[in-house]
Ligand binder design. Sequence first.
Ligand code: AMP
Ligand code: ZN
Length: 438
Amino acid sequence: MIQDRIYNSQMECMDPEVRRKLQGERLRATVALEYANVPLYRERMDKAGIKPEDIHSMDDLKYLPFTEKTDLRDEFPFGLLAAPKDQIVRIQGSSGTTGKPIVSGYTENDVEVWTEMVARSLSAAGCTQDDIVQVCYGYGLFTGGLGAHQGASRLGAMTVPMSSGNTQRQIMMMRDLGSTILCCTPSYATYLGETIREMGLVPGKDIKLKSGVFGAEPWSEEMRVRIEELLGIDAIDIYGLTEIAGPGVAFECIAKHGMHVNEDHVIAEIIDPKTGEQLPYGTPGELVFTTITKTGQPMLRYRTHDICTLYNDPCPCGRTTVRMGRITGRTDDMLIIRGVNVFPSQIESVLVGINGVAPHYMLVVDRVNSSDTLEVKVELTEEMFSSDTVSHIEGISRQISEQIKSVVGIAAKVSLVPPKSIPRSEGKAKRIIDNRKI
Ligand code: AMP
Ligand code: ZN
């Protein structure tokens, strides 16, 4: 078994009462910063009749307004910055609900905070300077690659920036370098494991991995067991989102029962998604985060739309932070396909711009060989259907898949279907069939 190392015991094992006080102080400073520098927050607080001076402690958190992904879209790209643009040293991004990504600006301080959070996470998975960390998350706007890279480098580990894809090359490097820690999505870890087994390679002999830090998409205990068996490792969960920092917002320790939230940097709440009321520990609901140390694009009460439960019972590892259980669903229609956030509205925004198809579509998601697949079924218009221009129809199909690739960032199979063949529903249209068993 790997050895769990506490990277920053002063913060991670702090008396919860003392931490709550610290959170209150940091919250106050963040609210003052937002009110002074971000018009959206100032307007919302004014509307709610709250002044920064009204926020004294954590007990006042519940009075603050929420932030939504649509706010990041509406204020794209720099409207939510609380720092001058010349202090922003990094932009990371993720899918928005329509064509444009949402972006977050990081100051040097924010990159440092994020790096510390990932360093804590990798430490908990046993990482030290003796390790060789193979990062197969994508490098780019997506926070996975650079986030894991920064954390591993901070620990002094030999960091291998493989980025995603090219499985044969990943395995070759894993063997030749003797990589000991793997960072990627859980579905890709499964695929790597299956391929390694098919190649007749033996974990422990040909493959030296001892642990893996997996996140960016939902996974289950069954999947954990499978990955651990395939690769002969401890499989550890890590959670994060671009709006808050990236991976490392919360991470599992070796006890593997819930992810420790880095509470000196972020405040986690669970709310009732319908009423917005705070819910007690142990009750499932929507996860909401407030950043309390960021200066570039801090967030007040950001609604993740992820559903989970927070626990504050003691953990055997000695950390005293609250833990979040697995993400069990979403309160909106966001799908995560091959680690990429996909909203049906993004697909719709592509389809409305294309002649010859009707705005009736269905997304069929599946998992084949541990990899997600997306099929977009779209109805042709009567006019297009009755014309016999096959090549024209093929052109439409190609156009749709190219645009989906450029807007959403993933490849999709496009199936053009006859008019009125997609079932109509009387209530809210059912646009997603998700056949994946996670
Ligand atoms: P992004 O900002 O593109 O990295 O996406 C963040 C979203 O990915 C989160 O809001 C979650 O829905 C999902 N996510 C990230 N990490 C995990 C995890 N460990 N388990 C389940 N879902 C995750
Ligand atoms: Zn623990």
